[in-house]
Design a protein around this ligand. Structure first.
Ligand code: COA
Length: 221
């Protein structure tokens, strides 16, 4: 788990400690990772490339998450601080190692430029279910990047053994619903008042999901 501010102060700042424990009667050998590293450190289809979010992405991530249309999809729907963006980028490797989230930068495979973010939150390891979220910078939209990124992450998630991925969208977010549909997600229902909205309101969320067994049978990827 995490021990908040338990680390010795460095330059006057106390850091959280991530705690790992091994017991004498634990089985020998390394523990299986819930979220293994990406093959060769990235996923790509030649058009988009996904790699783990890194500290250098903080500026771009902050810009992305302060766009009004991205803020509208945040929980709660409020812009983050710059500090939040830095922390999220710095902790991405830790969260991956701990099996909590695969937090990814979406890059234009041709230029290598930051196009957006896509994150798999492993919210229910006991049942093999994870949630997907994504957003793109405005200049990267309308080129199929989001659909490609979601497809790549979905295939990877099923390759590493997850059983079910889900994502929620607001009903009016037609682009996002289409992205999911193109990656094989199906609409499963409407979750009424699922998310906190502006000014104390609640917002409905359309539930979409795709199962590992929805994929066409074929040779292992
Ligand atoms: C959602 C988002 C990632 C989609 O990005 P994008 O670049 O449009 O995605 P893609 O190009 O991969 O595909 C979008 C699909 O939706 C369609 N689409 C986009 N806007 C649409 C609209 N207003 N009405 C109908 N279809 C629309 C596109 O035509 C495309 O489908 P097609 O390939 O069949 O033509 C982007 O709009 C975004 O970052 N929005 C803000 C954050 C957000 O909403 N994130 C998701 C939270 S659930």
């Amino acid at each position: 788990g995490d021990r908040r501010a338990a680390g010795a102060p460095q330059d006057g700042v106390r850091h959280d400690m991530s705690v790992w424990v091994r017991l004498a009667d634990d089985p020998p050998g390394p523990v299986a990772r819930l979220l293994p590293d990406l093959p060769a450190g990235r996923l790509t289809d030649g058009v988009v490339t996904l790699r783990r979010l890194a500290p250098d992405d903080a500026d771009a991530l902050y810009r992305l998450h302060t766009l009004p249309e991205v803020v509208a999809n945040r929980v709660p729907p409020a812009p983050p601080t710059r500090d939040w963006a830095e922390r999220r980028c710095h902790l991405a490797e830790h969260h991956w190692l701990a099996g909590r989230a695969a937090d990814l930068a979406v890059l234009d495979a041709t230029t290598g430029g930051f196009a957006g973010g896509c994150a798999l939150f492993y919210d229910e390891p006991s049942t093999g279910q994870a949630m997907l979220g994504y957003s793109l910078l405005p200049e990267a939209r309308g080129r199929g990047f989001a659909s490609r990124a979601v497809r790549l992450v979905t295939d990877w998630a099923f390759d590493i053994g997850l059983a079910r991925l889900w994502a929620g969208t607001r009903e009016e977010n037609v682009a996002s619903r289409r992205v999911l549909e193109k990656a094989g997600f199906r609409r499963e229902g409407l979750l009424r008042g699922r998310l906190p909205g502006p000014d104390g309101t609640r917002v409905d969320s359309v539930l979409h999901a795709v199962l590992a067994t929805d994929r066409p049978a074929g040779p292992a990827r």
